[in-house]
Design a protein around this ligand. Structure first.
Ligand code: F0G
Length: 327
């Protein structure tokens, strides 16, 4: 990923804290000639979060922070714990009690993070981190949530890789939306490719949420100027079980500017898609990462996407993250 350093806003003397993230495979689907899966499960800790974390932890170290803190539905905490370990920083993670998939909690503990379980959902865990640490950053405890702009800067490299792997810009990129940063990050990446003159095309950005946790979808549908929050979100896809995503406006910006759209899919459709990816394609993902295929099916059925269009599904996390899914 650091091969794109020139496209990242970092000074030349900054020494990356890296585990070799990025360069994940773009796997062609067996069943549809123009459908591709960007398998982010192939990152060092098994999710796309490593792209943002390498950059954010690099900056934390560069400015002399001693510890990092993050609220998470799981993957961010696993990634933060690993990169903090690599950088020699302490790591503190706030997790919603009972809502984090087992593999992710295991990783956070394995890498030596201090885990605080919050009685509540992700939104409440994030509120606690923001109240305690954001804006009060003494420089010693550095907040790593996606309010942190470096995370999104790292994640935009997904767009650069898709362009290089395909050799052109796809028609559609479908992304699972939780706290709503990644869809914007990928959009920013494509926009920058256009700005520097690499291409004159950009893809439509399509966001998918789970029915029981779909505040961005609802806000998009209502054409509202304020977030339509979801209290008590629920879904089998715990990674995106979020009712008040902080980056909702960024996500809507990506969707609107790119002339894309939002979709919501049921848990049953997510599990069906998870099985198809695993059994027909050999690609093992966690539930949130199957949402784009579920969304693709809906969009094709409704005529929103043509089968002749090139579409990339962002498979955000590895199957081993969540070994307790029932299918
Ligand atoms: N897919 C997976 C596997 C995730 O872990 C997340 C987010 C998303 C999709 C959604 O990305 O938040 O940028 O819209 N996980 C965060 C976490 C919230 O704490 O690990 P987003």
């Amino acid at each position: 990923m650091w091969k794109y350093k020139l496209m990242l806003p970092v000074k030349r003397d900054v020494e990356p804290v890296s585990l070799g993230e990025g360069d994940t495979p773009l796997i062609p689907s067996k069943s549809h000639r123009r459908l591709f899966v960007k398998f982010e499960g192939a990152n060092p800790t098994g999710s796309f979060k490593d792209r943002g974390m390498t950059l954010a932890v690099t900056i934390a170290k560069y400015i002399g922070a001693r510890s990092v803190v993050v609220a998470s539905t799981g993957n961010t905490s696993a990634s933060a714990a690993a990169y903090a370990a690599r950088a020699g920083l302490e790591c503190l993670v706030y997790l919603p009690k009972g809502s984090v998939a087992r593999g992710k909690l295991f990783q956070a503990l394995l890498h030596g993070a201090k885990v605080v379980e919050v009685d509540g959902n992700f939104d409440e865990a994030l509120e606690e981190v923001v109240a305690r640490y954001v804006d009060k950053a003494s420089g010693h405890v550095y907040p790593l949530n996606s309010v942190n702009p470096w995370r999104l800067e790292g994640q935009k490299t997904i767009a650069f890789e898709i362009y290089q792997q395909l050799g052109f810009v796809p028609d559609n990129v479908i992304v699972p939306v939780g706290n709503a940063g990644n869809i914007y990050a990928i959009w920013k990446g494509f926009r920058e490719l256009r700005e520097v003159g690499v291409t004159d095309r950009v893809p439509r950005m399509i966001g998918v949420q789970a029915e029981g946790a779909s505040p961005v979808f609802k806000t998009w549908l209502a054409k509202a100027d304020e977030l339509v929050p979801v209290e008590g979100p629920y879904t089998v896809a715990t990674a995106i079980k979020i009712g008040r995503p902080v980056n909702w406006l960024k996500a809507l910006t990506a969707v609107r500017e790119s002339k894309g759209f939002m979709l919501s899919v049921s848990d049953a459709m997510i599990v069906e898609a998870l099985k198809t990816l695993a059994r027909d394609e050999g690609i093992g993902v966690e539930p949130a990462s199957a949402a784009p295929l579920a969304g693709y099916r809906v969009a094709v059925e409704q005529g929103l996407i043509g089968r002749d269009e090139t579409t990339v599904l962002i498979a955000t996390g590895h199957a081993l993250k969540d070994p307790e899914v029932r299918f």
